[in-house]
Design a protein around this ligand. Structure first.
Ligand SMILES: Cc1ncc(COP(=O)(O)O)c(C=O)c1O
Length: 456
């Protein structure tokens, strides 16, 4: 497959011919959402109905065509309907859809491939159908590995919506609310370094990773019963706003975990499989976790996720009887295998690194030019723009976040809202031309909001 397979379908985008959401979208959404409830903010703020995706484009039921800066929600990372992935799924859809957890030829190939690309001896694998299940299984596996029951996660991390996963997150957030009034016993949260809004700094104002580790140590002594199984962290905060930690944080946390006999559970559901320009985001810091989870980009739209532990912990997967009804079905294995092969064959990691550099430089200019752009952040194609009312006070500007999201969508950009931090997750195949096109729509929208709010 030529690496530019998606370019023909991108010609002429964006192409907005009706008021958007258009008339057909409005009728269809109104009818469906009477009964289909629990929608994300992404849909609530822009209730358009899509009927086709091709490469970096989405087409709605009114015939409007959008540039995709969302990949669904960090999912269709190799573009919508990558021919190699779609053909692989279709092949198994016509041959064998489910065989529980029996070995199949396509599973044999996928597992071999995964062992090949994963660092260190991360090679004991189980497959699932959603990220939450992989995280839930990883937490059970951690308990089985070291027979401990306490877990520490971080403010503004997100790990899914099951009981254990929400217990690793802020529980008053809209989408995890109602599991309260308390998190599951033994689950605790601590701050993690956010370079724009640090909790602990050195005298020169830079972030102090050692102080975070000292705090964790004190917290474990004073606030737990000394039975901590694992730190559960996203390598980069995705929902939290594309927040990357300083370079020394994960190496220091890894060393601390090793010293204390605590496992490092790395939730790469959002950031893994190439989105930051490495297979794992933790590869940026040469840190190997004890347990890792994958999802989203892993199957390029087909629901397939994974939990992987180090070889020496493989027995834990037997102990927890880690399999499930749909996990690792032939279509899922085919989608994941084809996606990994595409990343290798089309040199996707190289593209993510070079176009990712362009994104950051261009966004840096936006920060210099716009009074409400407080910070820009990211690596590769995991990007964020933080909007503030005032650069001095850094007061968040969520109203602007909502307006910029809607305005850019109306111009033809399908993307992701997140309060005051605009999130971008373009397909990893995108080139600089379309990266610039999307950022220009965002910049125009920011300027419009600035004018409406008296900043210009
Ligand atoms: C880091 C992380 N972990 C887990 C999940 C849950 O995945 P899923 O929605 O597939 O259950 C998400 C979803 O956004 C995520 O971002």
């Amino acid at each position: 497959m030529a690496a530019d397979w998606w370019k023909a379908s991108a010609a002429g985008i964006p192409s907005i011919k009706t008021e958007v959401p258009g008339p057909k979208s409005r009728v269809m959404h109104e009818k469906t959402s009477r009964h289909y409830r629990g929608l994300s903010g992404q849909v609530q703020l822009f209730p358009v109905c899509f009927e086709e995706g091709a490469g970096i484009t989405l087409t709605d039921v009114d015939g409007n065509r959008y540039l995709d800066f969302s990949s669904g929600i960090y999912v269709t990372s190799l573009g919508h309907c990558h021919p190699k992935v779609s053909e692989a799924v279709a092949h198994w859809a016509g041959k064998l859809m489910n065989a529980h957890d029996f070995t199949t030829p396509v599973k044999e190939k996928l597992i071999e491939k995964m062992v090949d690309i994963l660092p260190g001896n991360l090679n004991a694998i189980q497959l699932y159908s959603d990220g939450t299940s992989a995280v839930e299984a990883a937490i059970r596996a951690a308990r089985a590995i070291n027979n401990k029951h306490e877990f520490i996660s971080c403010f503004r991390d997100f790990h899914g919506k099951s009981m254990a996963a929400v217990s690793c997150a802020q529980m008053v957030r809209g989408d995890v609310f109602s599991y309260g009034p308390t998190r599951a016993p033994g689950f605790y949260m601590v701050p993690r370094p956010n370079p724009y809004r640090p909790t602990f700094t050195k005298p020169d104002g830079t972030i102090d990773s050692d102080a975070y580790i000292r705090f964790y140590d004190e917290f474990i002594q004073e606030g737990t019963v000394g039975n901590v199984s694992a730190f559960v962290l996203e390598p980069v905060q995705g929902w939290g706003g594309s927040i990357f930690p300083p370079d020394d944080f994960f190496p220091k946390l890894r060393a601390y975990c090793d010293k204390k006999g605590i496992l490092l559970l790395d939730d790469e559901v959002l950031a893994g499989m190439g989105r930051t320009g490495e297979w794992l985001a933790l590869d940026h810091w040469n840190v190997t976790p004890d347990i890792v989870t994958f999802g989203k980009s892993f199957g390029n739209g087909f629901p397939v996720t994974a939990m992987v532990v180090k070889e020496q912990y493989a027995e834990a997967l037997d102990k927890i009887s880690a399999s499930s009804s749909y996990g690792g079905n032939p279509m899922a294995c085919a989608a994941a295998l084809a996606s990994i092969e595409v990343i290798e064959e089309e040199q996707i990691l190289e593209n993510v690194r070079s176009v990712g550099d362009f994104f950051m430089k261009r966004m840096q200019r936006m920060k210099d030019d716009h009074p409400i752009v407080g910070d820009v952040k990211g690596k590769g194609f995991l990007l964020g723009i933080e909007l503030v009312k005032d650069k001095q006070t850094k007061e968040p500007f969520p109203e602007a976040g909502k307006l910029v999201y809607q305005k850019a969508f109306r111009k033809g950009l399908a993307w992701i809202p997140a309060g005051h931090i605009l999130r971008m997750s373009p397909p990893l195949i995108m080139d600089q031309h379309y990266a610039e096109m999307g950022l220009a729509m965002i910049e125009e929208s920011i300027a419009e909001v600035e004018r409406e709010h008296g900043y210009r």
